[in-house]
Design a protein around this ligand. Structure first.
Ligand code: PHE
Length: 339
């Protein structure tokens, strides 16, 4: 039997193979269930006792040696196939298409940057709010139409819980939780029950601002917003304030910028007025300060709020609001240079 083992040892050590099939045939011949090595193990039973140790060692040596041979044959074959493969590793790769920032994010970040330079902090709050933070604390009378089902999304069976219609609710939270000086902006998503069209959507984005301190005046409001308009639309931009009404500010105003498309001469974007409305603003109503725990005899403040979609439309000449939500890459790709 020792002879047979030695013969196999020699035979297998010399074996060469050039394909995986040859290696497999070799493996089955020697190491398969019905292979030669197993035959030897069956014969091992009949080996006389005194020889069992020597023969056993030799048999194990054979088994290990064949297994190593199979492994090294396989390794060689793999290396060769790498060398011979058709893949040209020096060719340039396929370029990965990179995404772009959404225009709303670009403009939101730009607005945030401008107010950051003026020392405003950023505050955030919940999108699902209660009546107090969206309406009552802001001096909305009980029967104000904005509370109506037509404007506000209420949570079913819970008339006190609703989707915020503006981020002024965040400013109420800031006032309740801190004392002046307060200088903060609140960017965020807001919801109104509007039919979706080119000019209106039920979801949009706002940035609202609040500044409260001693002796804050309407002149501060005007100067801050003029700075913003120039940074956003260019150094030569002119602004115009028109009287308006909001329950939470007194006096209130709406701000227009001179139309940057026609330079104020009049075109179809500004409906031939030469002006584009961009935000609402005013001096915070003393009732609001008192509701939120701020002494209205000591402090005054201003607030403003703008829609990011609208600013983006004016800045980039986007004609249809719905494009922002459709995720059409042909639209989104155009904002690459603005990254
Ligand atoms: N909250 C108002 C809106 O959503 C905007 C606004 C904010 C107006 C602050 C005046 C002062 O339309």
């Amino acid at each position: 039997m020792i002879e047979k083992i030695n013969q196999y040892l020699e035979e297998t050590k010399e074996f060469v193979a050039s394909t995986i099939d040859e290696i497999e045939a070799f493996r089955i011949k020697f190491m398969g269930k019905k292979g030669l090595v197993n035959d030897l193990f069956s014969e091992f039973k009949n080996v006389p006792r005194e020889n069992k140790k020597d023969v056993g060692q030799k048999l194990n040596e054979l088994k290990v040696s064949i297994q190593e041979k199979i492994n090294s044959l396989k390794e060689n074959l793999e290396e060769k196939s790498d060398e011979n493969s058709d893949v040209d590793l020096s060719l340039p790769g396929d370029a990965l298409k990179t995404g772009t920032r959404h225009p709303i994010s670009i403009v939101r970040n730009e607005i945030i940057d401008i107010f950051k330079r003026l020392g405003f902090t950023i505050s955030e709050g919940p999108e699902i709010e209660d009546d107090w933070h969206v309406f009552s604390a802001l001096n909305f009378p009980e029967e104000h139409p904005a509370r109506d089902m037509q404007d506000t999304f209420f949570i079913e069976k819970h008339p006190d819980i609703l989707l915020r219609t503006h981020t002024s609710s965040v400013q109420v939270r800031v006032m309740e939780n801190s004392q002046p000086p307060i200088r903060t902006i609140s960017p965020g998503r807001v919801f109104r029950n509007e039919a979706i069209s080119a000019r209106a959507h039920c979801i949009f984005h706002q940035v609202e601002g609040l500044y409260i301190d001693e002796n804050v005046s309407f002149a501060d409001l005007k100067q801050t917003l003029l700075y913003f308009a120039k940074e956003m639309f260019g150094e030569k931009t002119e602004i115009r304030l028109r009287p308006s009404y909001f329950p939470f500010t007194e006096p209130s105003a709406e701000m227009d910028v001179a139309c940057n498309i026609c330079g104020g001469k009049g075109c179809n974007v500004c409906k031939y007025t030469g002006w584009l409305e961009i935000l609402g603003c005013g001096m915070v109503d003393p009732n609001v300060l008192d509701s939120c725990g701020i002494d209205s005899k000591k402090y005054t403040g201003f607030a403003f709020g703008m829609g990011i979609e609208r600013i983006t439309m004016l800045k980039y000449g986007v004609k249809d609001l719905r494009l922002y939500f459709e995720n059409d890459v042909r639209f989104l790709d155009q904002f690459k240079s603005a990254l």
